[in-house]
Each structure stands twice: as structure tokens, then as C-alpha cells.
Design a protein around this ligand. Structure first.
Ligand SMILES: Cc1cc2nc3c(=O)[nH]c(=O)nc-3n(C[C@H](O)[C@H](O)[C@H](O)COP(=O)(O)OP(=O)(O)OC[C@H]3O[C@@H](n4cnc5c(N)ncnc54)[C@H](O)[C@@H]3O)c2cc1C
Length: 403
């Protein structure tokens, strides 16, 4: 079915990318975003929310036609990734080892959202509903569609989705994509069950400027209190990520920038340059996974379906893989009904997301364990992995989404 009417709730990175790819295909999009989308100015200080984007995510943004819109002074390509346990050997990955120019890119979430919105605003088949919220969602079987088979219980029948907004405006569509983030109101409204737990850890994001450019290597040191990471940003900018107990993060947040700098110098892994702290913010870490990704003609995409420990920087990359899968099914299998497409989407994406979530959890638990046996195995593994070109290269290609 071509020229569908599609509602997207949530215009973050995942919702905006979905909207753009589907709009380019000729569908009519209704994009609902509750927060003001503020277009950042060039030269503004770096925002705290940054993400590492894989080669595969870059490819999708290229396909959407926005990659070249990201200002070069907001984009950092990195060639090296190093990880180690405090006091032990480094495991170092390099783009040279797999003949790639870089391992990935780091950019602010809001710039990715901005370049997507700028393109969306140029399209006549995208309608915007900004700073408003969905107050009701109903679905009914599409009895007018003569091409579809309506089964006895209506389980596999095409549904029409009707959304009511806070101002009582209603929108009708063939499909609704819930891209409204980890606390998805759509998911709650439909009472789609989730498994979730708190990691009982928070992380502090700290933006710094450095006395020299630091773009080429990102690193992470594992400690029993949680990882400490360094993410290079464009120019003389970087982001420090400090995982710790909620109490410790609250304490760090209460420090002024100068006091925080002194604490970083005393407690964070050694930084090889001088720096100034500019901004900081704490985030709780929660894992969630929806047990079902769709109901009728409503489907969960990105963080609305799954949130993951950010230690390996995979959250939005998984969200973009969801987008790619769903858009491919919608555009290439147009002979299939929406329920069949959503079923296939769930079959492809849920196991893959679960595997990544579980892998990250095992890694996280093992990295924090002070059990002597696990410590020996952990150190030996890092040593063996460093020596084994093949294992390293496979891990690297998987993380880059080019396996
Ligand atoms: C500390 C931290 C570091 C991270 N680092 C990385 C990284 O390096 N790499 C990576 O891949 N991922 C990373 N992530 C994960 C990444 O940030 C998320 O996966 C990504 O932002 C999810 O995008 P999304 O569009 O699905 O959801 P969101 O970014 O949450 O966007 C949801 C949008 O929906 C809107 N919305 C919400 N409710 C409604 C409603 N009722 N009606 C209308 N609109 C609504 C919101 O305003 C928002 O614009 C990190 C996460 C954290 C917490």
C-alpha cells in the first residue's frame, strides 16, 4: 500500500529519522512533538547529550540526506577505542586494523535532531503538531478497505488509528509509530508490558574544554564503582562520563565547576591535558524492554521499545536499526498488511535488541564484580583479546554495524 497516512509520536532522533525516510517514500506524515524543538546556533556551547554513532547509523543519515548538514565543527570522527580495567592491560581497537577510516562519530543529539527537522520542514507531506500531547488513542478495524481479509476475531485485521491531541484535534492514520522515548506515554496508554530494572547507578556527563585537540581516541576505564569514560568532541571539547552510585553522583553534581575539576584530577582516570569544566548533568540508568513491540497498528520504535546501559554507546544505534528495519518492511513489502509487517518487525528487532541488552548487562556485571575468580578471568580475557586480532576485529565490526 503506497501513500499511507502515518502518525509519529515523538520527534527525537528516532522519530525524526523515521519521519524523513517515510516522507521521502511518499507517505503522509503527522509528527507530534511535545517539547519545543530549538534549533541550536552555530558556535553555541556543546550540549551534554552526545552520542557515538556507528558507521551503519551514519549510512542511514546519509540515506536520509542529512549527514552533510551536520556542521563539521560539531562532529568528531574517532579512530581509536581503548578500554581497560583499573591497573591492568589496555585493550585497544584501531580503525587501521580493519582498513576503515574511522570507528565512529560523536555528535550532540540535538544537532542530529536539528538537521533532520530542518529537512522535514521542507517537505509538503509532513504535518507538524508541536508542543502538544496525545491524550487518547483508539483503534478500529478498517472495514472500508475491501482488499483486506478481516478475520473473525479481528486479530490480524488492518486497524485505523485515531489520535486525539490536548487541543481536541483528531488525526486518523493507517499506522502510528511511538518514538516517544524511554517513558513512552503511548506504550503506557496501550498497556504494553515491559521488563525493567534500575542499575542502581547514575552517570554524570561533564563537558570540558581541553588545552589541545583530543579527537582521535575514545576510552573507558572499568572500576568496581562503575566505568569512567572519555568521549572526544570536535575542536578542543570533550565529554567525560562518570558512572557511580546515585549518592556519589548527587554529591558531584552539587560541586561548582572548579571544585568538580579538582575532584576529577584527584579521582577520575588521569587526563593527559589541562581542562576546564563547563557543564554537568546526572542521568539515572534504567533498563527497559517491551515484551511486545506492537498492538494493532501502533508500533514501538527506539527507546520507547528498549533502553540499554549506555556504557557501549549503542542506544540510538539500536533505535536507528529499528527504523531501518521498519522502513524497509513498509517500503519493500507493500503487498503485506500492516499487522503482518509489524509482526515481522518485532520478530527481527526484538531478539537482536535483547541480545545487545543482555550482552551489555553481562559485561557491566562482570566489569564491576570484585569476586577474585571473575577478576582473574576478566584480566586474562582482556590480555587474550588484545593479542587476538580476529576477536578484536569481529567485535569492532559488530559495534560499527558492518558485520
Ligand atoms: C547518559 C547517556 C549516554 C548515551 N550515550 C549514547 C551513545 O553514545 N550512543 C548511542 O547510540 N546512544 C546513547 N545513549 C542513548 C540515546 O541517547 C537514546 O537511545 C536516544 O536518545 C533515543 O532516541 P529516541 O528518539 O528513541 O528517544 P528520545 O531521545 O527520548 O526522544 C523522544 C522524543 O519524544 C518526545 N516525546 C516524549 N513524550 C511525548 C509525547 N507524549 N508526545 C509527543 N512527544 C513526546 C520527547 O520530547 C523527545 O523529543 C545514551 C543515553 C544516555 C542516558
Amino acid at each position: 500500500m503506497a501513500n499511507r497516512e502515518i502518525i509519529i509520536v515523538g520527534g527525537g532522533m528516532v522519530g525524526a529519522l523515521s519521519a524523513l525516510l517515510l516522507a521521502k517514500h511518499g507517505d503522509t506524515l503527522h509528527l507530534i512533538e511535545k517539547s519545543p524543538v530549538l534549533m541550536p546556533e552555530q558556535g553555541e556551547p556543546f550540549d551534554l547529550r552526545v552520542s557515538a554513532f556507528s558507521a551503519q547509523s551514519k549510512h542511514l543519515l546519509e540515506q536520509a540526506g542529512v549527514w552533510d548538514d551536520i556542521p563539521l565543527d560539531r562532529l568528531c570522527a574517532y579512530q581509536g577505542l581503548e578500554t581497560w580495567e583499573k591497573g591492568s592491560q589496555k585493550l585497544a581497537f584501531s580503525s587501521d586494523d580493519i582498513g576503515a577510516e574511522q570507528l565512529g562519530y560523536i555528535a550532540e543529539n540535538r544537532w542530529i535532531q536539528t538537521v533532520l527537522w530542518q529537512r522535514l520542514k521542507q517537505l509538503a507531506n509532513v504535518h507538524f503538531y508541536e508542543q502538544t500531547e496525545v491524550v487518547n488513542i483508539t483503534q478500529h478495524v478498517d472495514t472500508e478497505n475491501k482488499n483486506q481479509h478481516v478475520d473473525a476475531e479481528n486479530k490480524n485485521s488492518q486497524r485505523i488509528v485515531t489520535v486525539t491531541l490536548a487541543d481536541q484535534q483528531t488525526i486518523r492514520a493507517d499506522l502510528l509509530l511511538a518514538c516517544d522515548g524511554g517513558n513512552s506515554g503511548v506504550r503506557k496508554h496501550l498497556q504494553l508490558p515491559v521488563t525493567s530494572w534500575d542499575y542502581r547507578q547514575h552517570c554524570l556527563l561533564i563537558n570540558i574544554t581541553t588545552d589541545c585537540a583530543q579527537q582521535s581516541v575514545t576510552w573507558q576505564e572499568f572500576r568496581e564503582t562503575g566505568p569512567c569514560a572519555f568521549l572526544p568532541l570536535a575542536g578542543n571539547n570533550a565529554s567525560l562520563v562518570w558512572y557511580h552510585s546515585p549518592q556519589k553522583i548527587k554529591l558531584l553534581q552539587s560541586l561548582n565547576n572548579q571544585q568538580l575539576k579538582q575532584t576529577i584530577l584527584a579521582e577520575f582516570p588521569k587526563l593527559e591535558f589541562d581542562f576546564e569544566v563547563h557543564n554537568k548533568g546526572g542521568f539515572p540508568l534504567t533498563r527497559r524492554h517491551a515484551k511486545k513491540y506492537y498492538q494493532g497498528s501502533v508500533v514501538l520504535v527506539g527507546d520507547a521499545a528498549h533502553t540499554i546501559n549506555p556504557l557501549a554507546g549503542q542506544g540510538v544505534n539500536l533505535g536507528f536499526k529499528d527504523v531501518q528495519c521498519l522502513v524497509e518492511l513498509l517500503t519493500q513489502c507493500s503487498d503485506l498488511s500492516i499487522p503482518e509487517i509489524l509482526k515481522r518487525y518485532q520478530c527481527q528487532r526484538r531478539p537482536a535488541n535483547l541480545l545487545m541488552q543482555t550482552g551489555m548487562d553481562v559485561f557491566y556485571k562482570v566489569s564491576k564484580s570484585d569476586d577474585p575468580l571473575i577478576r582473574i578471568i576478566r584480566k586474562s580475557f582482556l590480555g587474550v583479546a588484545q593479542q587476538s586480532g580476529q576477536i578484536k576485529n569481529r567485535v569492532m565490526r559488530y559495534a560499527m554495524g558492518i558485520n
